[in-house]
Design a protein around this ligand. Structure first.
Ligand SMILES: Nc1ncnc2c1ncn2[C@@H]1O[C@H](COP(=O)(O)OP(=O)(O)OP(=O)(O)O)[C@@H](O)[C@H]1O
Length: 257
């Protein structure tokens, strides 16, 4: 069987408020775009931060290409591309120099950096802004720069949290094409979260629904009314939890937000 690019097994991390994620199992296989959808506070970012070793789970294991990330070497991390927080940029560097630095940190050979950077600037239509200091970029172009930095080294695993936020429609299309190329040509495994169900349906091979920190089901990307299917799953899960809470004599489960 093909080794997943990413495997989350029995992941649990609850915050003091009781919100977080629990009992999550999830894989991303080579060549796959796996989308994570859920309402605000469902636990998508928490799960992604755990997958990237930014947050420690209280239980469970994260494996990248079969290696437990607690033992992963720098070569494993160099094969990952991610954007899960505000795009990190050096305000005084130009977009081009910022990408060059990120390429070096991802292990690209010095003599290849200029070409790698030029290709990704072209791919995300950032060329006109390449020599502008990053602090002077618009929000959307800063997001494109963050994505360029995550994708330029052709990672084996890509993790993106709401990557279309702040992108204009042409940016959304460029990103979609770039991700499908990474999955199709490179065999990258891609985990992506989004609130845009239509966009997700266009790109994802698998869609997992998270609610209140748990996986509650999957959606068919080719389904006819994906939005309706999504809300049916979520409402059914909410009803189930409220009923369970009532049986226990406790208060209904508070929505995490
Ligand atoms: N560091 C933290 N400390 C305490 N609570 C946290 C922390 N990080 C997240 N949470 C809580 O965990 C829950 C899940 O948050 P998370 O950001 O993972 O959700 P999300 O699905 O990404 O939401 P959104 O769609 O709004 O980005 C929320 O209730 C949030 O307030």
């Amino acid at each position: 069987m093909t080794e997943p690019r990413l495997a989350l097994r029995g992941i649990r991390r609850l915050f003091e408020s009781g919100a977080g994620v629990q009992g999550v199992d999830l894989t991303v296989v080579p060549g796959e775009v796996h989308a994570l959808v859920g309402l605000n506070g469902a636990g998508k970012s928490t799960l992604m931060r755990i997958a990237l070793g930014m947050l420690r789970p209280t239980a469970g294991i994260v494996e990248i290409d079969g290696t437990d990330i607690s033992r992963a070497a720098s070569t494993t991390w160099a094969s990952v591309g991610q954007l899960v927080e505000v795009p990190f940029t050096y305000p005084e560097l130009t977009a081009r120099d910022s990408l060059g630095l990120a390429a070096r940190l991802h292990g690209i050979a010095r003599e290849e950096i200029a070409d790698v950077v030029a290709r990704v600037l072209d791919e995300l239509a950032l060329e006109p802004f390449a020599d502008r200091r990053t602090r002077r970029l618009s929000l959307g172009n800063r997001q494109r720069l963050g994505l360029a930095s995550a994708l330029q080294h052709h990672p084996r695993l890509i993790v993106l949290d709401e990557p279309t936020n702040a992108l204009d429609p042409s940016g959304v299309i460029l990103l979609r094409e770039a991700l499908l190329r990474r999955a199709g040509e490179d065999g990258a495994g891609i985990l992506v979260s989004s609130h845009h169900l239509d966009e997700v349906a266009r790109i994802a091979h698998r869609i997992t629904v998270l609610n209140g920190g748990r996986v509650i089901g999957t959606l068919d990307p080719h389904g006819v009314d994906i939005e309706r299917a999504f809300f049916e799953l979520v409402h059914e899960d909410d009803r189930h939890r409220s009923a369970e809470a009532a049986v226990r004599g406790g208060r209904p489960v508070r929505r995490s937000a």
